[in-house]
Design a binder for this molecule. Structure first.
Ligand SMILES: Cc1cc2nc3c(=O)[nH]c(=O)nc-3n(C[C@H](O)[C@H](O)[C@H](O)COP(=O)(O)OP(=O)(O)OC[C@H]3O[C@@H](n4cnc5c(N)ncnc54)[C@H](O)[C@@H]3O)c2cc1C
Length: 478
């Protein structure tokens, strides 16, 4: 059983079905409302002749600021090229140059052109179109669209054995893979679809799973500000990779546009705080509009032509590095339960995800989890199935919670703000606050105004929140 039909869920479903399993795929929202569908820039893999998994690994480690779980990043970088080839075999046409060679883009933090894209900046849409067509055609996969998983049921021995949906249906399964996406929409200013509020994290926690690294939420530097109908719309990092520049209100450049995301986002944030301005300006007037057709079209639809005018942008919550703690095969700390894609935390992104590593993650770990799930025992000796004591149907955050997250767990945090957030009504908001409070340092996407330096003693130490606890323990992962 797979919960979620983004890149991770669809790919895991196909892998399992092709290996002979019968799969039920439940998805709450239409395809076009997944983060995967919205992905623009592309998928990172060492594909260029002069590139290698070792170079990709080095950039991933550098971006992750001393917190990347090396074993997970090694798996990602080694296996991403093969998963890219799988996508091509499935029929995804990646963009090529005029000589027919793969056109690789450059994004912040990558030392080399390494990002494959499709349809210019419509990579997610193109991939999901092929994957979903394949899933529909696969007779071993039953798709239940428009249904929300509301609880995971466990046997007496703690093994997960079924998923309860919001229509009252209970689906039993040998293994359950959560692929429910991220939680960036917990913050009021976000690039994510509204459904990305971390429901899978709470389902897993209620079933007894550990969560990890919740203090690490990545803020994308360039989301649109003040263009009606396009608030929070993402302007891909690949645009800066092709030469777009950032300017203050007076027209001056103020940051290395190709530094890793945390550095660029924080430079913009600090400038906006200092000056009181609502936005900085992205100049993509020198960029060929044909390279980013959907970005250009979306802005033009709103009456703003990026070929002639600079675009007002500021940071927005974009990606949560933390999630359900897993091993390198997507196994959570609960038997029978797996997690993949953005809802999972393998530790691969450390404190700051390297651009375009997340789609690669969906395919690399989606496949590994599906294969591992096939090895789960068919039954449990633990007796009948029970639901968690409380109904954990994770509700969308209220407007107040989202505003509080932006204010108190935003680009720069303080102990005072985080303590205030500990009293929020939303359980995930409280866990983010507790995790951010416990990490008394600044590292990657987590910046504490009251602890501005990184603490070398916390290198490689992940904040793990066990199911029964409200606060994390900082531990090292191998
Ligand atoms: C605007 C934007 C641009 C991006 N660009 C890139 C990029 O260029 N490259 C890159 O690598 N990454 C990019 N990312 C990040 C990347 O898209 C995501 O990390 C990734 O697609 C997540 O995939 P997923 O399958 O884990 O989750 P999603 O694609 O979010 O899918 C989650 C699925 O779970 C379902 N679901 C959730 N809760 C439940 C529930 N309780 N019951 C049933 N179903 C549920 C949803 O309906 C959905 O089907 C971008 C993200 C955004 C928002």
């Amino acid at each position: 059983m797979i919960v979620g039909a983004g890149a991770a869920g669809l790919f895991a479903a196909l892998t399992a079905a092709r290996a002979g399993a019968r799969v039920t795929l439940v998805s709450a929202r239409p395809l076009a409302e997944t983060a995967s569908y919205w992905a623009q820039g592309g998928i990172a893999a060492a594909l260029a002749v002069e590139d290698s998994p070792a170079l990709h690994l080095q950039d991933t480690l550098t971006a992750g600021r001393g917190l990347v779980r090396r074993s997970a990043a090694e798996v990602l970088c080694a296996e991403a090229p093969a998963r890219f080839a799988d996508l091509e075999t499935l029929g995804v046409h990646f963009d090529t140059d005029r000589h027919g060679n793969l056109a690789l883009g450059l994004e912040g933090g990558h030392g080399i052109r390494r990002v494959a894209h499709a349809g210019g900046s419509a990579t997610g849409r193109q991939i999901l179109r092929e994957l979903s067509a394949e899933v529909v055609a696969q007779e071993r996969i039953e798709v239940l669209a428009g249904r929300r998983a509301r609880a995971l049921l466990t046997h007496g021995d703690g093994r997960v054995g079924a998923v309860a949906c919001d229509d009252g249906r209970v689906i039993t399964a040998r293994a359950v893979i959560l692929a429910t996406g991220g939680a960036a929409a917990l913050w009021s200013r976000t690039t994510n679809p509204p459904g990305s509020y971390g429901s899978g994290l709470l389902l897993a926690r209620a079933a007894g799973a550990d969560l990890a690294d919740l203090e690490f939420a990545q803020f994308h530097p360039t989301a649109v500000v003040g263009i009606p109908g396009r608030e929070g719309f993402l302007v891909s990092e690949a645009v800066r990779g092709e030469g777009a520049t950032l300017h203050d209100a007076a027209g001056a450049r103020f940051v290395d546009e190709l530094a890793p995301r945390d550095a660029v986002a924080r430079a913009i944030h600090r400038l906006l705080v200092e000056t009181g301005a609502p936005a900085v300006f992205l100049d993509m007037t020198a960029i060929d509009p044909a390279r980013f057709p959907n970005v250009v079209a979306a802005l033009r639809e709103s009456g703003h032509d990026p070929a002639t005018r600079r675009i007002p942008v500021s940071p927005a919550s974009h990606y949560v590095m933390g999630g359900i703690a897993t091993d390198l095969d997507g196994r959570t700390t609960v038997a029978g339960l797996f997690a993949v894609g953005e809802c999972a935390c393998t530790g691969l992104h450390g404190a700051n995800r390297l651009a375009s590593n997340s789609l690669s993650e969906c395919f690399v770990f989606g496949r590994r989890a599906a294969q591992a799930a096939l090895d789960e025992p068919a039954g449990s000796s633990g007796g009948g199935l029970t639901a968690p004591p409380a109904d954990v149907l994770a509700l969308p955050p209220s407007r107040d919670t989202r505003a509080a997250m932006w204010r108190d767990a935003g680009l720069e945090r303080t102990a005072g703000g985080l303590r205030r957030l500990l009293a929020d009504e939303h359980p995930l908001a409280r866990l983010v606050a507790a995790s951010a409070l416990a990490r008394e340092e600044s590292r990657g996407a987590h910046a504490r105004a009251d602890f501005p330096a990184s603490d070398p003693d916390l290198d490689g130490r992940h904040g793990v929140v066990p199911a029964g606890a409200e606060t994390p323990t900082l531990i090292g992962w191998t």
